[in-house]
Design a protein around this ligand. Structure first.
Ligand SMILES: [Ca+2]
Ligand SMILES: [Ca+2]
Ligand SMILES: [Ca+2]
Ligand SMILES: [Ca+2]
Length: 186
């Protein structure tokens, strides 16, 4: 009881100092949710990410990724890391493009979003050229008629990063490709 009253008293003092007008309009809505700076972001989350509990954080974008803290919180992304899933595309750009900022390979085709963008592939479409072979297993994922030869614009001289030609069934999409030798830690 006593403790509650002290906390309430301290809060109202702070509120009165900060914004006297608003304080009377809103009694103590934030106290129960642990949101001392009334920015709709829980203190716990702000504390965890080293954000101020005194200054309102919702509209701030400390990692400058185009996503303010309110949206970082809603999307469960890291407000201190511009590229939460480390796929080469910033959180804000991912959201804008309809990509998953927390999944490096949004369409789960074996190629990360950033690499797809670099190669001119569609990171939201696991089979960009619609030839029945998903991008990660496709020798030429941007061109449907692979048999027509490699002398086309998509030929980059490098081997397909996910190419192993070991007869894996490309329809397996569970992420545990048996032929995948890059042990990922999923
Ligand atoms: Ca941000
Ligand atoms: Ca990203
Ligand atoms: Ca992908
Ligand atoms: Ca394809």
């Amino acid at each position: 009881m006593t403790k509650t009253r002290i906390v309430a008293g301290a809060l109202s003092v702070v509120a009165a100092l900060a914004l006297p007008a608003a304080a009377s309009a809103k009694p103590h809505p934030a106290r129960d949710r642990g949101d001392r700076n009334h920015d709709s972001l829980p203190d716990r989350w702000e504390k965890r990410h080293g954000l101020s509990l005194r200054v309102k954080q919702a509209r701030r974008d400390p990692d400058r990724d185009g996503l303010d803290n309110a949206h970082e919180y809603a999307r469960k992304t890291d407000p201190r890391r511009p590229d939460t899933d480390r796929d080469g595309i910033k959180d804000g750009a991912e959201v804008k493009q309809g990509l998953d900022p927390r999944r490096a390979d949004t369409d789960r085709d074996g190629i990360d979003d950033g690499d797809e963008a670099k190669q001119g592939l569609d990171p939201r479409n696991p089979d960009t050229d619609d030839d029945g072979v998903r991008d990660g297993d496709d020798d030429d994922p941007a061109v449907a008629d692979d048999e027509a030869g490699d002398d086309d614009l998509a030929d980059d001289g490098a081997d397909d990063p996910a190419d192993d030609d070991s007869g894996d069934d490309w329809s397996y999409d569970s992420g545990d490709d048996p032929g995948d030798d890059s042990s990922d830690d999923e």
